[in-house]
Design a protein around this ligand. Structure first.
Ligand SMILES: [Zn+2]
Length: 878
């Protein structure tokens, strides 16, 4: 460090010191003018049966911001339904006044691998630990958000020396609600049934515009606006060093879960991050147990091998943690008999004294107040740990950055290269833009070059691994190999918490070449890509129309959007070539017409411009009138289908299963979609299975199914020429003996020439943990227009189809099937040979109608663009 810099820093410290003295006096004086949550809300947060909604919470937090120089609120985005999303900063007045400088220190620590020792010492001395806490993304888990006003009020009014230490050394960043739309839905529903028989019952539908609980399954794909905003905060803007995501779990196990997690761990994460998680967790276990809070557990149930908020932050060098409190019935207290206490999953095999739960809770009453208190003690202890280890944590963060960049230079893989010529160029462009949202730099080659014995061209995309977020890049670009671990030698494999595949290139159908030999691409051959990244020729001065290849998902988006806006769109019924470019059957032609310009302005990949009148074989595109069946049972897969359709501008109408009893399908719809949902829910509005139903915790008007009458209606619709698309568990509606009763009492009995053999294969030992499996598609069918002959589908091992020889007015075609071997592309599978040559997707004809059955979810969580076209083609089926 130069003398000059030292002098500046000394002056700065003196400034902060004086500043603090000034504000300490003011804060104490103004403490009385900071209203308590109790006086503001008229109840103390955590009181039984009392909740505030998002707007009420933010109104109070705004008052704190006005009253105290220790609070600052910044808007960071909007929710899917348009509510503002906020980050709230709580720290000493001096730190709050100095946020811009502290933010810059965070950035340097996070992204600059080449800091000198002196620079690092200066930053570690001057910086503060930024600790991000995101609250209640799962809106039924109300405790963390309800606790926030109390904790923030205590922090800014307390004279406790430990809290002073926290405020001086840390900046507490809070997302008061990660899911404001859901928070308001849940509070409104709770108030609606308060004092009735159904108080505290489940809210019908998903507590988010689309995703519900799956809001935490979207941190790689970043489909949702809430997650884009949070990811931007930690990946590109504020670079907090520590984070915790606050949840609630089931009611009958441990009272609280804190870091560290259970196995398995993501192997791309540097070990030091796990040890910091242990330090935070151990100190908090001590603090919480010391405060008399029983039932705190560590190493329990929750692992760090799945694409949630916490794991994805870990891949970016953040010491990220999860907390989980035992739930009450929203805000209604519950009583638990000691004999009802149990544990599930990993880390605790029985509900007894254990190193992972040294002081079990004995049972009894459990209130929202308890959750709020556990949240409070855990928050203060986590912040205190950050405060006492301030310099160490700041140095650690930069150490991670330095090591990751070194690993990228010295360990394979060194680069991922994605040729610009791709089957689906729109997905390539989307991937480049997504990596930018994650804080990853991408480059394009400025000239042709042979790399690792393969020629590449100018414009091909290069992702170097010597970047601060190397672990993230490797994790999302490689194919997943699930880390198989056991608790005891010879014991069962530790099951994954969620899915086991998320490789972006494979899920998007984009070719990415992993460069594992040490080659250096000269920096002069690389140009950094600026976003938004788009591909394609400039629009010529004059043209007669445009062609969109069926190979790009984006072409379908353009076609759907255009038809929706009233433009005429034609679909090629045979291949067509123009100026040396081949357009496969299923591609779209739009002649020049009013409204086309607007459409062309919003594309990632430009279409091909025609200068001659189009003379290929084509038919006009007509969008079907779609009924989408979404149950009231927190139907996330239906929610993701709505997300996909809204994103691609596909109109649809939602029907509930019970509606199928009454609706005139033939008059009002052309096509019915049944996403992944249990047959028992669709048929009977209950859980479990026929003969063994479980009563759901919904008010009775929401616990209704289609019953035999609705199924009859659906089958008659198909018989009369309707189309049905079904995937996942809903395919079971169409298996076995079926019948259609006409109004005159005429009855036809039949079984479709397809059966689900998934359960049988599972009994024989097939085990698929949510993996990407290879299928081969048939090339001579409109359902596979634009689809490669070999691709991955996201699969859970069931259903799987077997077709049979048809009779009467039925027929079937296998559209996609598993190959003989090498079925696993990414994730985990056991006994994959059981799937060899079995059918993964089947088209069935019955009477005048058609049925398309998928054994996989083609739109799984908005994270499998590689299979979207199979669904789009099904919508456009003639
Ligand atoms: Zn949760």
């Amino acid at each position: 460090m130069t003398i000059h810099l030292r002098f500046q820093l000394a002056a700065l410290f003196a400034g902060i010191f004086l500043f603090n003295i000034f504000f300490v006096g003011q804060t104490t004086a103004s403490a009385a003018s900071v209203p308590s949550p109790e006086s503001h809300f008229g109840f103390k947060p955590g009181d039984d049966r009392k909740l505030f909604d998002y707007e009420e919470m933010m109104a109070y937090l705004r008052i704190l911001e006005q009253a105290s120089p220790m609070v600052k609120i910044e808007q960071i985005g909007q929710s899917e339904m348009g509510k503002p999303l906020y980050l709230l900063f709580v720290s000493s007045a001096g730190n709050i006044a100095n946020l811009d400088r502290l933010k810059e220190i965070n950035r340097q620590l996070a992204v600059e691998p080449g800091l000198s020792d002196d620079q690092l010492s200066g930053l570690a001395e001057e910086g503060r630990v930024f600790f991000l806490m995101t609250l209640s993304m799962h809106s039924t888990e109300v405790g963390p958000s309800q606790a926030a006003p109390l904790i923030i009020h205590e922090l800014i009014t307390s004279e406790d020396p430990q809290i002073r230490q926290i405020l001086d050394n840390t900046v507490y960043m809070i997302t008061p609600s990660h899911n404001p739309d859901g928070m308001d839905m849940i509070v409104e529903n709770y108030r609606k049934y308060l004092g009735t028989r159904y108080e505290g019952s489940s809210m019908p539908g998903v507590y988010h515009k689309y995703a519900g609980h799956n809001i935490n399954r979207d941190f790689i794909t970043l489909n949702l606006k809430e997650n884009q905003a949070i990811a931007r905060a930690y990946s590109k803007e504020w670079y907090p060093q520590v984070a915790v995501e606050r949840h609630q779990m089931g009611s009958r196990g441990p009272r609280y879960y804190i870091s560290p997690p259970s196995d398995p761990l993501s192997e791309n994460i540097l070990p030091g991050i796990w040890t910091w998680k242990r330090i935070f967790g151990s100190r908090s276990l001590a603090a919480m147990t010391g405060a008399g809070l029983k039932g705190v557990s560590v190493n329990y149930l929750f692992d760090m091998y799945w694409p949630g908020n916490t794991s994805t932050s870990l891949w970016k060098g953040v010491v990220a943690m999860l907390s989980e409190a035992a739930s009450v019935d929203i805000a209604t207290p519950i009583y638990i008999e000691p004999g009802e206490l149990s544990v599930t999953g990993k880390g605790l095999a029985e509900y007894e004294i254990s190193i992972n739960m040294p002081d079990p809770w004995p049972g009894g009453w459990w209130h929202l107040r308890d959750i709020v208190e556990y949240e409070r003690v855990n928050t203060l202890s986590y912040l205190h740990t950050a405060a006492i280890h301030r310099e160490e944590i700041l140095r650690f963060r930069n150490g991670i950055t330095r090591k990751e960049v070194e690993r990228g230079l010295n360990e394979p893989p060194f680069y991922y290269i994605m040729p610009r010529q791709q089957h689906d160029q729109g997905e390539l462009a989307d991937l480049v833009n997504l990596l930018d949202k994650h804080g990853v730099d991408t480059y394009e080659l400025t000239g042709d070059r042979v790399i690792d014995n393969r020629p590449y061209s100018a414009g091909d995309i290069v992702v170097p691994l010597d970047q601060p977020f190397r672990a993230f890049i490797k994790e999302v670009m490689e194919k997943q190999a699930f880390p198989v671990r056991h608790h005891t030698t010879g014991g069962p494999m530790i099951r994954p918490y969620d899915i086991t595949s998320w490789s972006l290139p494979l899920h998007k159908g984009v070719e990415a070449v992993e460069i594992n030999t040490r080659v250096e691409i000269p920096v002069t051959l690389l140009r950094k890509i600026e976003v938004p990244y788009t591909i394609g020729p400039e629009q010529p001065g004059s043209f007669t129309g445009v062609l969109f290849t069926a190979n790009h998902n984006e072409s379908y988006k353009a076609a759907f959007t255009a038809v929706n806006k009233g433009l005429r769109v034609d679909r090629l019924t045979a291949p067509f070539s123009s100026r040396g470019m081949e357009f496969p059957a299923g591609s779209f032609h739009i002649a020049i017409q009013r409204g086309l310009d607007e459409l062309l302005g919003a594309l990632l990949v430009a279409p091909s411009y025609l200068t001659e009148p189009f003379d290929g074989a084509a038919k006009p595109v007509r969008l079907p009138r779609i009924a989408l069946v979404e149950s009231w049972f927190h139907d996330m897969d239906a929610g993701w289908t709505r997300f996909l359709f809204d994103t691609y501008h596909i109109p649809y109408k939602v029907l509930r299963p019970a509606d199928l009893q009454e609706v005139n399908l033939k008059r009002d719809f052309d096509l019915v979609i049944l996403p992944d949902q249990a047959q028992s829910v669709l048929m009977a509005g209950k859980g479990g299975s026929p003969g063994n139903y479980t009563i759901p915790q919904y008010p009775p008007e929401y616990a209704k199914g289609m019953e035999q009458k609705g199924l009859n209606n659906l089958l008659a619709f198909i018989d009369g020429g309707g189309k049905v698309v079904s995937w996942g568990r809903s395919v079971d509606l169409f298996m076995g003996n079926l019948s259609i009763e006409a109004e005159k009492g005429e009855k036809q009995e039949f079984s479709l020439p397809v059966s689900n053999i998934g359960n049988r294969l599972r009994e024989q030992g097939l085990d698929v943990t949510g993996s990407l499996l290879r299928v081969r598609t048939r090339s001579d069918h409109p359902l596979t227009y634009g689809v490669p002959e070999e691709m991955g589908v996201f699969h859970r091992g069931t259903p799987v189809f077997a077709t049979s020889f048809p009779y009467f007015d039925m027929d079937r075609r296998v559209i996609a099937s598993f190959p003989q071997k090498d079925i696993l592309m990414s994730g985990f599978i056991r006994n994959e040979e059981l799937l060899a040559r079995q059918a993964a997707m089947v088209w069935v004809k019955k009477g005048e109608g058609q049925l398309v059955l998928f054994s996989f979810c083609p739109q799984f969580r908005g994270s499998t663009p590689v299979t979207y076209k199979l669904l789009f083609n099904a919508l456009l089926m003639e």
